[in-house]
Write a new protein. Structure first.
Length: 214
């Protein structure tokens, strides 16, 4: 007696409860998924185009990747060396318990604004140099850390001040307040001494630091 052929489709329906998916349906399904995915990617690229496209020139895009590649070639080593220097300075300061607070930075920024008053605003001065207030705060943190590292060593005597004023009479010929003149001279001398001390110190720590560039 010949065996009765079973309908494979009926068997699948019976076992799974769902009819079999045809090959064309599968292809259509994945095609729709792909189209939806491309649509989502397109929307995201448009929404966040500023993160991927730096500029458009006659309808042709200049990508962020192209821009970053050129910046890396021209300024990469210089920028990296600057970041390494900052890390070394702040690490050394931290080891000696030197931390610059936000309040101290705010105070120094106010001093800068006072000196600029009537000439140019702080924002305009920063913009002219391609900097932001955050950039300035970062620079001030480094500068003030260096000052605290060497402030005790950079002593200024009365003779130092007298000699400086005597050698720079032309700069102070119109000055009317001798106290202001002496304070300014003292600050200039101290900054120069700190700079000299820092230069030698930094050359040593840079030489002995374990630096790996990739």
């Amino acid at each position: 007696m010949p065996r009765e052929k079973k309908n494979s489709k009926k068997v699948i329906v019976k076992e799974t409860g769902y009819p079999p998916i045809r090959e064309e349906s599968k292809k259509r399904f994945w095609k729709n998924i792909l189209l939806i995915g491309l649509l989502i990617i397109g929307v995201l690229l448009w929404k966040f185009k500023g993160q991927f496209i730096a500029a458009m020139v006659n309808g042709q895009p200049i990508s962020r990747w192209q821009l970053n590649e050129q910046l890396q070639k021209k300024f990469g080593d210089q920028t990296l060396d600057g970041l390494i220097s900052e890390k070394l300075i702040l690490s050394a300061a931290k080891q000696k318990g030197i931390l610059i607070s936000s309040g101290e930075i705010d105070g120094r920024m106010k001093q800068i604004e006072e000196r600029l008053k009537g000439k140019i605003s702080l924002n305009d001065a920063l913009k002219a140099q391609g900097l932001t207030k955050d950039d300035l705060r970062q620079q001030l943190e480094i500068q003030m850390s260096i000052e605290k590292l060497f402030d005790k060593e950079a002593t200024v005597s009365t003779k130092d001040v007298d000699d400086y004023i005597s050698n720079n009479k032309e700069a102070y010929k119109n000055a009317t307040d001798p106290v202001v003149v002496r304070n300014e001279a003292e600050n200039i001398i101290r900054q120069q001494k700190i700079s000299d001390l820092f230069e030698q110190w930094f050359a040593d720590i840079r030489k002995n630091a374990k630096i790996q560039k990739f």
